[in-house]
Write a protein that binds this ligand. Structure first.
Ligand SMILES: C[S@@+](CC[C@H](N)C(=O)[O-])C[C@H]1O[C@@H](n2cnc3c(N)ncnc32)[C@H](O)[C@@H]1O
Length: 492
């Protein structure tokens, strides 16, 4: 039986058993599910002892423990190369996990990757290890805009997770053409299994580095969870996370190269690490990438780690913690950061949109929880940046964004607040301290009346000079528009 036919039978068995994130969550419950998220499998082993088909698939492919060989589609699992027989048992050869839609409602396919090497398992990670879909993969998938697209490039596809999300029917009609690239041939082989298992036919698979395999080609959407880890030279290089390029150069080169590979209006989303170098604010360094990209750019720092935290994180990730080499590798990491004057490493999201106008750029830090999926409103964020740049009080009407509330802060019983805050209860959940003029505006802006008329009325109500009120509004409103508190309703 061909591997492809075997994968189709496996898919039918997975569907029949309900091997989806929803099914697994219901089977494990919150305690075992929470432990598994911390890579602890004991509670999940206890929760999957019922001998049913779903429990067997979870044990075999998620917990990676042998199961009796009477699981459904056992012959097909072996023929597809997902498992092997060992006497009366089946052992997993690969990790196979279901994917949840970025909307949180629905199933998005199955991703095939190398077996997870769990901390303390004694296993080692091979240099060409193909990593499964993790938290970073999911956060990138949720960042991707939801607009329909014809062509998609998943750069550094690994197990194929981003291509699968780009094609999920819960978000957009299936794109006509999907291209997945990777420098690691093993990744392309496993991605191809993920696509067959998930019923995603016709994905073009190309081997090669960065944008080389797609020279002279353009796409509506480029998605990349790249090998962004900044590691010292020498020692094992893990392809799934390190490009071999110096510092954060892979991400910089992708940002600078994206525009030439995007159709007009097309988007590129990537996760990235960037170095914090002593003497240069990180926003300036990464802002220079954004300016040079020639695209509308929204760059968000979600986390920063100091050099020691960073080295520890990635040594744990490759199961090197506790090995004899650990201290030497840790030392080498710190040495290389010291040589480069690196004080920390930022992690974040980069969204680019090809424009033929002067690009709008924002580089910012957002460490708090925001509404997901961000892709549902990422275009509105870029539109807000553009509108803010073009803003003048005479241009278009303003509308207070949905979900904005006002908070007044001051001592209990005081007649007047000391501070007024506008707070977003949805989307990016920002808060901004404002003056009574902006607060009054937020109360009346519904997009129907010209801004100068509203400002004039507010000035009279508050006993202020109308021209000073307008000048104040002209100075502060662009930032509030860029932050999404107000949207501009352009003139007809
Ligand atoms: C962090 S993994 C991402 C896998 C998957 N796309 C995801 O979202 O989880 C990075 C992928 O980039 C690939 N890669 C490494 N160096 C590359 C290069 N120079 N050009 C293209 N891909 C590369 C790795 O083989 C790996 O599959």
């Amino acid at each position: 039986m061909s591997e492809h036919r075997a994968l189709l039978s496996v898919r039918a068995a997975f569907e029949e058993a309900g091997y989806t994130v929803e099914g697994v969550r219901a089977l494990l419950g919150p305690v075992a599910g929470g432990a598994l998220a911390r890579d602890e499998i004991v509670p999940a082993c206890r929760a999957t002892g019922d001998g049913g088909a779903l429990a067997a698939f979870v044990r075999l492919f998620w917990l990676q423990v042998p199961v009796p060989a009477d699981v459904p589609a056992a012959d097909d699992l072996v023929a597809a190369g997902l498992a092997e027989r060992d006497g009366d048992a089946l052992r997993p050869l690969l990790h196979v996990e279901p994917l949840e839609s970025v909307t949180g409602l629905g199933h998005a396919g199955w991703a095939v990757s190398d077996l997870k090497v769990r901390p303390g398992s004694g296993g080692t990670v091979r240099p060409d290890h193909v990593v499964g879909a993790g938290g970073a993969s999911a956060s990138l998938a949720r960042l991707v805009v939801h607009s329909p697209v014809d062509s998609v490039l998943d750069l550094g596809t690994g197990c194929g997770v981003q291509a699968l999300h780009a094609a999920e029917p819960w978000v957009r009609p299936r794109p006509a053409a999907i291209t997945a690239t990777d420098v690691n041939p093993r990744a392309l082989a496993l991605a191809s299994m993920s696509f067959a298992l998930s019923g995603l036919d016709g994905v073009e698979l190309l081997a090669g580095s960065l944008l080389e395999p797609v020279a002279d080609r353009r796409f509506d959407l480029i998605v990349s969870n790249p090998p962004f880890v900044v590691a010292p030279e020498g020692g094992t290089r893990y392809t799934y996370r390190e490009s071999g390029m110096p510092g954060d150069d892979f991400c910089r080169r992708l940002v600078l190269g994206a525009r030439d590979h995007l159709n007009p209006g097309g988007h590129c989303h990537l996760l990235a690490n960037w170095l914090h170098v002593a003497g240069t604010p990180w926003e300036e360094r990464v802002g220079a990438w954004a300016e040079e990209s020639g695209c509308d750019a929204w760059i968000v720092q979600r986390d920063v780690q100091d050099p020691a935290e960073y080295a520890e994180l990635w040594l744990r990730d490759s199961a090197e913690a506790g090995t004899p080499e650990y201290r030497r590798r840790y030392d080498a990491w710190l040495d290389s950061f010291e040589r480069g004057n690196v004080t920390g490493v930022g992690f974040g999201w980069i969204t680019l949109r090809r424009t033929d106008a002067v690009p709008a750029v924002r580089v910012e830090e957002l460490r708090h929880a925001v509404d997901q999926p961000v892709g549902a409103y990422a275009d509105d964020v870029l539109d807000g940046l553009r509108a803010a740049r073009e803003f003048s009080t005479g241009w278009g009407n303003l509308r207070t964004a949905d979900g904005v509330v006002q908070e007044q802060l001051g001592p209990p019983g005081a007649a007047d607040p000391e501070r007024i805050l506008l707070r977003q209860t949805t989307r990016l959940r920002r808060a901004a301290g404002v003056d009574t003029i902006e607060a009054a505006l937020a109360g009346v802006c519904d997009g129907t009346l010209p801004l100068p008329r509203l400002l004039d009325a507010i000035a009279r109500l508050l006993g202020l000079d109308p021209s000073q009120t307008e000048a104040h509004a002209a100075a502060v409103l662009p930032e509030l528009v860029a932050d999404g508190f107000f949207t501009v309703v352009p003139p007809d």
